[in-house]
Design a binder for this molecule. Structure first.
Ligand SMILES: *Cc1c(COP(=O)(O)O)cnc(C)c1O
Length: 389
């Protein structure tokens, strides 16, 4: 008998999903109205310890709103990582601005020291505003990503942002449930330590609403503005009056129904993901020229994605992916670097060596919240058998 297919990352609807979605359908509140959207916002804000939240149609929509409420506009520059999903960067362009790219440190997140060097050596302050000497453009914000549920070096990035009067826009789409345990932000959740932060509930994220996102900000006016923009910037329900160009970016009641059921299970998902990560680590870390990349020690990570690093493995990364696929095991390479892709090739990129190395050597292993220990063992057995060990 052919063994079961082991997917990379699939949703887990073992909780109240069907009940809550059915209730929403029965109530006939399936679109952007209905009581579940504000309830999901309240529960998510309470979970994250944030003063408020705005539920969005997707993480990408949330990031676009984040750029807009931060006032990022035409001709501005935003400092961003090159080793991440391209949806972290496209919203900079939607807002008419340009990214300047940076490589990563060993957390896979944006290299904060390279950002500091850029600000100190490649920029000058004119009229109190940081300007990129090469392009002449105003640098407005730093937009780090918490890659795979690890956390970026926010202590350093926040210090740089303060020193140079930059905004911080936090892509926490992969880090729902990750928390700082030490430093300036000890006890705080990913997505809540910047001027604006965003979660994603896409199908492969740790909790899902099919598609969806959540925007956080400590600035009450920014939250209100994001909510306004997400609902077509309508100022009068009856007369249909609009005071600016808005968007259809609001989450629907159906999505919120899923989200409420998923949030009930989030801490359990994190515990399971953490246990399965440890199982992979015990079997594969330091074996056959392999490493399981660590999460930072000074955080509580959600362990969203597991990264196998092929240091000195007998097969190439891409051959291993192919052979595992033939055995019904789905894995994934880490992303192509964004500054090398056609829309962004003209942008500046700094300190990219580590990002290039991780790009070439990382394979993401199956990590669904319902993966079993037996399935993890089967993945490990297959990898070790391919090593000839
Ligand atoms: C998933 C993701 C997004 C976009 O979220 P969607 O909900 O899919 O639109 C943005 N940035 C990163 C780093 C992501 O992983």
């Amino acid at each position: 008998m052919k063994p079961d297919f082991i997917p990379l990352s699939v949703p887990n609807f073992a909780g109240n999903e069907k009940t809550y979605v059915n209730d929403a359908v029965v109530s006939e509140w399936v679109s952007t109205g209905g009581s579940l959207v504000p309830r999901f916002e309240e529960e998510m804000a309470a979970y994250a310890g944030a003063p408020g939240a705005v539920a969005c149609a997707s993480g990408t929509a949330g990031l676009h709103l984040a750029m807009l409420v931060a006032g990022i506009g035409t001709g501005d520059e935003v400092l961003a990582p090159t080793l991440t999903f391209i949806a972290a960067v496209n919203p900079i362009r939607y807002a008419g601005a340009q990214p300047v790219f940076f490589g990563c440190d060993d957390s896979l997140c944006m290299d904060a020291d390279a950002v500091r060097r850029f600000c100190a050596q490649q920029c000058e302050i004119r009229d109190g505003v940081l300007h990129n000497r090469h392009t002449g453009a105003a640098v407005r914000a730093i937009a780090p990503v918490h890659v795979f549920g690890n956390l970026a070096n926010m202590d350093t990035l926040a210090a740089i942002a303060e020193e140079y009067h930059l905004l911080l826009i936090e892509d926490a789409t992969e880090a729902v449930g990750s928390r700082f345990l030490a430093g300036r932000f000890a006890g705080r959740m990913a997505g809540t330590v910047s001027d604006v932060g965003v979660y994603s509930f896409n199908g492969n994220k740790i909790i899902t609403t099919g598609a969806g996102g959540m925007l956080f900000s400590p600035h009450a006016q920014w939250l209100a503005h994001a909510r306004h923009l997400s609902t077509q910037a309508k100022t009068d329900e009856v007369q249909y009056l609009h005071d600016e160009v808005g968007y259809n970016y609001r989450m629907t009641n159906l999505q919120a129904a899923l989200g409420l059921a998923q949030l009930e299970q989030l801490e359990g998902f994190i515990a399971h993901k953490t246990a399965m990560y440890e199982r992979y680590r015990q079997r594969l870390d330091g074996v056959c020229g392999l490493r399981i990349l660590p999460f930072r020690k000074d955080i509580r990570s959600n362990h969203w994605f597991y990264s196998l690093y092929l240091e000195d493995f007998p097969l190439s990364r891409d051959t291993l992916l192919e052979k595992l696929r033939n055995e019904g095991i789905q894995t994934r390479t880490i992303w192509g670097l964004i500054h090398e892709q056609p829309p962004y090739q003209a942008c500046q990129a700094f300190a990219t060596e580590k990002a290039e190395d991780y790009r070439a050597h990382v394979l993401n292993l199956p990590c669904s919240t319902n993966i079993t220990p037996e399935q993890v063992d089967r993945v490990c057995d297959a990898i070790l058998a391919l090593a000839g060990g």
